[in-house]
Write a protein that binds this ligand. Structure first.
Ligand code: IFM
Length: 462
């Protein structure tokens, strides 16, 4: 009898989903995203409203995650609930988070708590938010407060989610609040967010020396549309530098590239200020030279023609499904940080309302992650974005990233086939051939085609 082929993950590997407060909780009406929605500035004019109703009932979705045998779950704290006015703390909001964290622990899920996921209290936004360096101290005061009050229930922290997305969409393309278009300001915000991460790191370290503290960036490979065209190469590399590399370099204690370094200081004490690197990966773009796009550094981005695509969404596209991109990004982060810390995939997912491509996409991305581990990279966990469909920022309710489908009007849930598949993977701590055959038979060759060539039918990692 032949043994079943499988990709076995290391013992203790973390399996979970990722989410954020504003997208799931509902009735968050004291932050800058609420105001943006009220002003009708989302692409669909939709509002988060009751969202996935987590403020009242997150536990029923935690139960779904438990049924999937997830051993971790990433969620965020809504700063504007806990500190509704500068310096005024809402103990009942804090208590609700304590209940949620306790619930997760009882279900044997390690909470990974994000301290900032795109939303700012209105009072903070009105003071200029992260565009003003002196405002960082407000965030650090919040971090100290919550960590001091939650450290008995959580020791795995993610300071700031995707500083590059917050800075560039909010201050360069204007798609996120405050809707500005000013490149220097965007870079200043990025720099201040990285500085906020570093200060938060030392604050948490002091309060909880054993805590695991990191941040995550959104990584999007940007490849020249015509690989041998020097112009395409130049613009792709320039965009890549600003989108993917500058924040990571700042986090590693390096300076902005000249001449930006004349206007924007490096981040003090940055080198070493993290226990892990969080990687959010969704897609990649091709880039071609285009004189008509000075604001985008003369590069036009588009998906590879003929690629498998996520559902398009309002803004144009959510992009190509490109599993190798995850492998490339893991290597890129490992290389540029000299392999100094463990890596977590803190987000990966796709917009796919019919679950047409999700099972295959999850399997093929995980196979790439497994390949990276096999090659020696210290990848310790994978958080799928997301558990239940939720409010996708500017895209409103038109994007469907959930393993579980949600009808936001009725709050009815319907697990997609991907949910049971993800459960089987978590339970087995492996991708088995039988899972692939049942959920995405077309992926058997891409996933196991190389297994024999690598010298065995079972890829066991220790
Ligand atoms: O929904 C977002 C999340 O808030 C941040 N990362 C990307 C996700 C999907 O677009």
């Amino acid at each position: 009898m032949t043994r079943e082929r499988k990709l076995q993950f290391p013992e203790g590997f973390l399996w979970g989903t990722a989410s954020s407060a504003h997208q799931c909780e509902g009735d968050n009406c004291n932050n800058q995203w609420y105001r943006w929605e009220q002003q009708g500035r989302t692409l669909t004019g939709e509002r988060s409203g009751a969202a996935a109703n987590w403020w009242q009932q997150a536990e029923r979705d935690f139960e779904l995650a438990e049924q999937m045998e997830n051993n971790a779950l990433r969620l965020s704290l809504e700063w504007s609930r806990i500190e509704p006015e500068a310096g005024r703390w809402d103990e009942s909001a804090l208590e609700r988070y304590r209940v949620l964290l306790r619930d997760l622990r009882q279900r044997h899920m390690t909470p990974l708590v994000t301290l900032h996921h795109f939303t700012d209290p209105l009072w903070f936004a009105e003071r200029g938010g992260f565009a003003r360096e002196e405002n960082i101290s407000y965030f650090i005061r919040f971090v100290r407060f919550v960590v001091a009050h939650l450290r008995d229930l959580c020791s795995f922290w993610l300071t700031i989610n995707e500083p590059n997305v917050y800075a560039f969409l909010g201050y360069l393309t204007g798609e996120f609040p405050p809707g500005e278009r000013d490149v220097l300001r965007a870079l200043r915000v990025l720099r201040n967010l990285m500085a906020a991460h570093v200060q938060a790191f030392y604050a948490i370290r002091e309060l909880q020396p054993e805590g695991q503290i990191g941040y995550c960036l959104n990584y999007r490979p940007l490849d020249p549309a015509t690989p041998w065209s020097p112009l395409d190469q130049a613009v792709a590399s320039l965009q890549d530098r600003f989108y993917n590399r500058v924040a990571l370099q700042l986090a590693e204690g390096q300076r902005f590239p000249w001449p930006l370094s004349l206007a924007l200081p490096a981040v003090p004490r940055a080198a070493g200020a993290r226990d892990y690197h969080g990687i959010n990966y969704y897609t990649r773009d091709l880039v071609c030279f285009d004189l008509g796009r000075p604001a985008e550094l003369f590069g036009r981005r588009f998906p590879r023609p003929g690629a498998l695509m996520q559902d398009p969404g309002r803004a144009g596209y959510f992009g190509e499904i490109y599993p190798e991109g995850l492998y490339r990004v893991l290597h890129q982060v490992y290389r540029s940080t000299r392999g100094n810390k463990p890596l977590y995939v803190t987000e990966h997912g796709l917009n796919d309302s019919e679950d047409r491509l999700r099972p295959r996409a999850i399997l093929e991305h995980l196979a790439m992650l497994h390949r990276a581990i096999r090659e020696g990279l210290p990848v310790r966990g994978y958080f799928h974005w997301t558990l239940v469909d939720n409010f996708e920022w500017n895209e409103g309710w038109g994007a469907h990233f959930g393993l579980v489908e949600l009808n936001p009007q009725t709050q009815e849930r319907r697990p997609r086939p991907s949910a049971s598949m993800f459960g089987e993977i978590c339970r087995a701590n492996a991708i088995t051939e039988s899972i692939v055959e049942r959920y995405a038979p077309e992926a058997v060759t891409t996933i196991f085609g190389s297994a024999t060539a690598l010298g065995g039918r079972t890829q066991v990692l220790t």
